[in-house]
Ligand binder design. Structure first.
Ligand code: ADP
Length: 294
């Protein structure tokens, strides 16, 4: 990467101390729900989705729900409930066996070529294990988020404009990892890696970010920081966050709405505050002990 001096100058004094941001999951001080989100426009409609990987054993069964613009929607449920499959069906990393999905009014399941690539740049994704290029720097990993906009030659030679580099630096700074700009990703902590994952998704300028168990490998402090960033992104940028979570307390603290999955079916879709012990046992069933961790 070139322009190190200039880039470093741009960073001077802008750093936010993200590691200092700690929001306990059980605090009442940072109430997450924004009731205005209940009336926000629908950005995605998911109808009658089934998925069987092989034979007729459905891991998703008649899934139907809407996703609203700018909301934080958590999908919770025990392991094997189908959360990860559902997230991958939404951006067509996995094709469903039946059903329909519309994104901004357009049928996504029939999209091909340029249209499909454009839909994928509108839908960013972050992962439990970060999916970063370990030997590349933070800066390079974040710029990789722009590859969906590049032709293959530009991609191979990592050709980025000054404006793109500047934008990468702004996002990295906003996420509090500018001191790590030129560090290889395998030198970072888990929380820092996940912030690189968020930055890489943000540079795509997405409408939705799908988050697959983003805090499952993190300690409690790093988990809170990541959830706080995700919520802030929805509040400040109007980006929709759809997040698979194992942790019920994190889902309750940070979501505008919660969907509960059990055995590939939706068993709850509503307000986090209305989740009571009956709902919890409906969602977690015989796997209730999965909730008792640490
Ligand atoms: P969750 O994210 O809630 O843990 P998953 O979507 O990962 O659930 O898995 C749902 C079910 O689908 C599980 O029974 C799992 O074993 C099965 N499954 C997931 N991925 C595959 C795959 N690639 N091939 C076959 N079965 C799969």
């Amino acid at each position: 990467m070139v322009l190190k001096t200039k880039e470093r100058q741009q960073l001077a004094g802008q750093e936010k101390k993200a590691d200092d941001i700690v929001f306990p999951f059980d605090s009442d001080e940072h109430r997450p729900r924004d009731t205005k989100k209940d009336d926000a426009p629908v950005i995605m409609e998911i109808s009658n989705i089934d998925k069987a990987y092989s034979g007729d054993k459905k891991v998703l069964n008649d899934i139907a729900f809407d996703i609203r613009q700018g909301e934080v929607l958590s999908i919770i449920g025990p392991s094997g409930a189908g959360k990860s499959t559902l997230l991958r069906v939404i951006n067509r990393m996995i094709e469903p066996s039946r059903g329909s999905i519309t994104f901004q009014g357009e049928d996504t399941l029939s999209m091909k070529g340029r249209k499909l690539r454009s839909m994928r740049t509108d839908i960013g994704m972050i992962f439990q294990h970060y999916n970063l290029v370990d030997r590349s720097s933070v800066f390079e990993n974040v710029l990789h988020g722009l590859l969906g906009y590049k032709n293959s030659l530009q991609g191979i030679f990592s050709l980025y404009t000054e404006a793109e580099k500047q934008r990468a630096i702004e996002i990295i700074t906003e996420l509090g990892i500018s001191e790590q700009l030129y560090k290889r990703c395998d030198e970072l902590s888990g929380g820092q890696k996940q912030r690189v994952g968020i930055a890489r998704a943000l540079i795509q300028d997405p409408k939705i970010i799908l988050c697959d168990e983003p805090i499952a490998s993190l300690d409690p402090n790093a988990s809170r920081t990541i959830m706080e960033y995700l919520r802030r992104i929805s509040r400040e940028r109007g980006i929709t966050i759809v997040v698979n979570l194992h942790q019920l307390d994190a889902a309750k603290q940070y979501s505008d709405r919660i969907i509960g999955l059990n055995g590939g079916r939706i068993v709850y879709n509503g307000n986090p505050d209305d989740i009571d012990s009956d709902t919890i046992s409906r969602i977690y069933g015989s796997k209730l002990d999965e909730l008792i961790v640490e």
